[in-house]
Design a protein around this ligand. Structure first.
Ligand code: NAD
Ligand code: DAU
Length: 336
């Protein structure tokens, strides 16, 4: 591989962005990595600990700031765009930052890659497709029509549409991926799995929204990273790839598995108020990326991946503790 590759990773101090930076650091030792992140509540510089500064440069900046974005895009070879407001509950409570970052921020990235003719990979989500019924055999694939439910997924859908328009109208070189629910190290304690693990570690009971029948299709963040790298290097310009690891589980099953693996009774959780507009089920058909790019996930045993994740949170209390009380105070405000 070209020794001059410099990859710009937006949102690289967040959960999946940081996992991707660690992955690239190991898998592509000749690449230089620049992280652009404004460090919202979800960003944490400690997520990049252990990476040598001679290879990884951190720039604190906002993707809505066109000048900063243009300056960094000009210097790089690839742009991988993870930066986003990512939490559905926050978007229902307070949509404005989602419109700003997910739509205006993506616009600035697109204008810069257009100006400097750089290759972009845009990170999207399966939530843009809306939801599926519990018992239908259908899964999401690259042809599924967009039908977002929440302000979060609507702004992600908006950002995808901008990318498609810039590809078609301006010939921007870009690929997109829509991945399912990620888990693994560095995930913020607001999200389902880390929230429940840390509730148990603090001596409280997990909190299940509604009846807990909703299904998510879990994938380890490292498998998401390997999928993105495969698309970056082998994907066809202008194409979209869905990334998923056949990890469908109901929220109730996930909470029961966490309780079991933390030595608790599996009934030891509470039902709390449901999320408004709560999507019922997501499921990914990943035939295209597997067939065309030869990608396969490594973490196919969800329970083992969950055990590793529980161990990570047990061993990294100093990482999550400062966010925990603030996060639970926010949940208290919205009654969940
Ligand atoms: P996250 O909330 O953990 O991290 C987002 C990062 O972006 C943070 O470091 C934050 O500081 C940064 N950021 C936010 N606004 C910014 C701005 N205006 N300028 C610069 N930086 C900004 O999110 P995540 O879960 O790691 O998700 C990353 C991406 O992956 C998002 O685009 C999300 O839509 C997508 N995605 C997430 C999942 C999932 O399960 N978490 C699944 C599929 C796709
Ligand atoms: O599908 C991909 C998406 O997955 C990403 O695009 C989003 O950025 C990411 O946040 C995630 O969205 P979800 O809304 O599915 O994830 P979350 O972890 O917030 O919730 C997962 C499920 O668990 C959802 O059905 C709501 C439920 N839940 C969540 C929390 C925080 C609970 O039952 N209890 C909880 O305490």
């Amino acid at each position: 591989m070209d020794r001059k590759v410099n990859i710009l990773v937006t949102g690289g101090a967040g959960f999946i962005g940081a996992n991707f930076v660690h992955y690239i650091y190991k898998q592509r030792p000749d690449w230089q990595i620049t992280v652009l992140d404004c460090l919202t509540y979800a960003g944490n510089l400690a997520n990049l600990d252990g990476l040598n500064e001679s290879r990884v440069k951190f720039v604190k900046g906002n993707i809505c700031d066109g000048e900063t974005v243009a300056r960094l895009v000009k210097e790089c070879y690839y742009v991988v765009h993870f930066a986003a407001e990512s939490h559905v509950d926050n978007s229902v409570h307070s949509p404005w930052p989602f419109v700003q970052t997910n739509i205006v921020g993506t616009y600035q990235i697109l204008e810069a890659v257009r100006k400097y003719n750089k290759r972009l990979h845009h990170i999207s989500t399966d939530e843009v497709y809306g939801d599926l019924e519990l018992n239908e055999s259908r899964k999401f694939n690259e042809e599924t029509p967009y039908n977002p439910s929440s302000p979060y997924s609507a702004t992600k859908a908006g950002s995808d549409h901008l990318v498609y328009a810039w590809i078609r109208s301006f010939g921007v070189q870009a690929t997109l991926s829509n991945c399912s629910n990620n888990y693994g190290p560095y995930q913020h304690v607001e999200k389902l799995i880390p929230r429940q693990i840390t509730e148990i570690l603090e001596g409280r009971r997990p909190k299940l929204y509604g009846e807990g029948k909703n299904v998510r299709d879990w994938i380890h963040a490292e498998d998401h990273s390997s999928g993105v790298l495969a698309i970056l290097e082998k994907g066809k310009n202008g194409e979209t790839y869905l990334i998923g690891a056949d990890g469908e589980r109901s929220n109730r099953e996930v909470i029961e598995l966490i309780l079991k693996n933390m030595g608790k009774d599996t009934t030891d959780f509470d039902h709390v108020a449901d999320r408004p507009g709560h999507d019922m089920r997501y499921a990914i058909d990943s035939t295209k990326i597997r067939g065309e790019l030869g990608w396969t996930p490594k973490y196919t045993d969800f329970e083992q991946g969950l055990k590793d994740t529980i161990a990570w949170y047990k061993n990294n209390e100093a990482w999550w503790k400062p966010q925990k009380a603030i996060t639970e105070a926010k949940y208290l405000e919205i009654g969940r």
